[in-house]
Design a binder for this molecule. Structure first.
Ligand code: KIV
Length: 291
């Protein structure tokens, strides 16, 4: 298998080959995704919800993105890793955006960063890409702005709404983004945007016509507390884990775990050794064995 890069991903679009992306936040899961041939991983700020239990992504910090991001990067050989810029790490100024994108790349080893927004973040996209850091944009329903939207709602409805999302997607391409996530937009609008743009579109709740798809990994494995409409469960891993935890609990409690197969029986102490040790105080042992 070959390392995925912005060039190989663009070539996939040109050949009409679909691109797979999942979110990921840890080394062990990243290794499995890399071995499975997933093209891209997003270390999404959704980790605020999936890993930390917050109700949205707003509290996530740069330091947290760096810890999770570098764990994922260590698990990937070929998968292209994108790390999300958390809320207020790029909105306040272009300079802050460049400094924080640079920190994410330098301190995690990721391949690209992602930020949310359209026309309003184009200055940031231009400056970050000028610094040599590939940028994935994110338009439509942008979770960091859910307060401004009045909830996590489908965007791009009606002619004006559709024009707004299209204008945003075209603007981020013109600013230098190599890819754009289209989240919760009507499927025919996502198809139009995908046809019009040269850069990769990655859909989530945006229909099958996008160049690629992304899902939150706990969602696609049925581990989340709820299931958004656009999620498909590819395996009932949540149930498998619960069953395994219950089996472990039961075996610990009835002492059937650990069994002989899980113990170091071959190196066990002889009865003579045990006899000599039994009943000795700690100080005595230290003295007797010059410990
Ligand atoms: O943070 C995230 O996981 C995301 C995806 C849902 C696209 O932005």
């Amino acid at each position: 298998m070959k390392k995925n890069t912005i060039v190989t991903l663009a070539d996939m679009k040109a050949r009409g080959e679909k691109i797979s992306q999942l979110t990921c936040y840890d080394y062990s899961t990243a290794r499995l995704m890399d071995q499975a041939g997933i093209n891209m991983i997003l270390v999404g700020d959704s980790l605020g919800m999936t890993m930390q239990g917050y109700s949205d992504t707003i509290p996530v910090t740069m330091e947290e993105m760096i810890v999770y991001g570098r764990s994922v990067v260590r698990g990937c050989e070929n998968t292209f890793v994108v790390v999300d810029m958390p809320f207020m790490s790029y909105q306040a100024s272009v300079e802050q955006a460049v400094v924080n994108a640079g920190r994410l790349m330098k301190e995690t080893g990721c391949d690209a960063v992602k930020l949310e927004g359209g026309r309003e973040v184009c200055d940031q996209i231009r400056a970050i890409t000028a610094a040599g850091i590939p940028v994935c944009a994110h338009v439509g329903m942008t979770p960091q702005s859910h307060h401004a939207f009045g909830g996590f709602k489908v965007q791009g409805k009606g002619e004006e709404g559709a024009a707004r999302v299209l204008a945003d997607a075209m603007a981020v391409q013109a600013a230098g983004a190599f890819a754009v996530v289209l989240e919760c937009v009507p499927p025919k609008l996502a198809a139009l945007i995908t046809r019009k743009l040269d850069i990769i579109t990655i859909g989530i709740g945006a229909g099958a016509a996008c160049d690629g798809q992304v899902l939150v990994w706990q969602d696609m494995l049925a581990m989340g507390p709820f299931t958004p409409k656009f999620v498909k469960h590819f395996a009932q891993v949540g149930q498998i884990m619960t069953d395994a935890f219950q089996a472990y609990d039961a075996e610990v409690k009835d002492a059937s775990f650990p069994a002989a197969a899980q113990t170091y029986a071959k190196s066990d102490c002889s009865d003579e050794i045990l006899e000599r040790l039994e009943g000795r105080q700690s100080a005595e042992l230290l003295k007797l064995y010059s410990l």
